[in-house]
Design a protein around this ligand. Sequence first.
Ligand SMILES: C[S@@+](CC[C@H](N)C(=O)[O-])C[C@H]1O[C@@H](n2cnc3c(N)ncnc32)[C@H](O)[C@@H]1O
Length: 266
Amino acid sequence: MANAYYSLGDERGARVRDLFSRIAGRYDLINDIQSLGLHRLWKSRLIELAQIVHGTRVLDVCSGTGDLALAMWKEGVEVTGVDFCAPMLKVASDRSSAAARGGHQVRFAQADALNLPFADNSFDVVTVGYGLRNLANLDRALAELLRVLRAGGRLCVLDFGKPESASWRVCYETYLACVVPIFGWVFVGDPAAYAYILESLKHYPGQRGVDEKLRCLGCQRTRVVNFLGGAMSLNLAETPPKSPDSSFETTLKPSFQSVSGCDSQD
Ligand SMILES: C[S@@+](CC[C@H](N)C(=O)[O-])C[C@H]1O[C@@H](n2cnc3c(N)ncnc32)[C@H](O)[C@@H]1O
């Protein structure tokens, strides 16, 4: 059966925005329950591997209720969080104000990950937690994330993964298909909102596919870190050298297209 929040093409973004607008108030609670709190450990590992130090300029894309952005801000770095869903950002900025108690806060802004309102090379680190799988055009999104990173900057992506073990994959997909929608039903009265996770994962290339795309885009030191046998995973990559007078897309497009197996999806 088709999922109400998943669609291909132009409508995809609007449906995803509706979904997160609907669940924003309960998002953090359901995250803790469905992962038994483990998402906090995976996010901590991402932050560790992002190697942020004082002065690192960080952009957290698909920031949602701000978990990653706030955790990195607590490490003392300058963080900007962007998301296209106003109710999710409202939760994030309330959390940020409470944590800052009048002091310096995370800067949250409403923006589409496919069209970021930042100049090329603006950030040292870009993080994305559980966001990449939701984007309507993965190739365009990756190019946009790499565009705003400086050469040698780090991209760190955390998302649901695709386990290589067939038996483990069946167990995990059964959990996503049968148990997780119950949380949606109980907490937001909408099982489809959480059945969406499995639907979006089916259309996502998973950690190996994302790694391959990043390598095709010229990224260096790409790495996959799996958790729970690949049910969750991190994709890490460093931006390739860029020519000073051209955008990432124009710099890389020719070689990107010439590498076999690296065709763009759009
Ligand atoms: C699953 S939540 C992740 C929130 C947070 N990063 C975390 O790790 O808990 C995905 C977020 O991606 C946002 N999102 C999806 N598509 C987007 C897009 N095209 N541009 C900006 N944000 C987007 C949604 O609004 C939602 O807040």
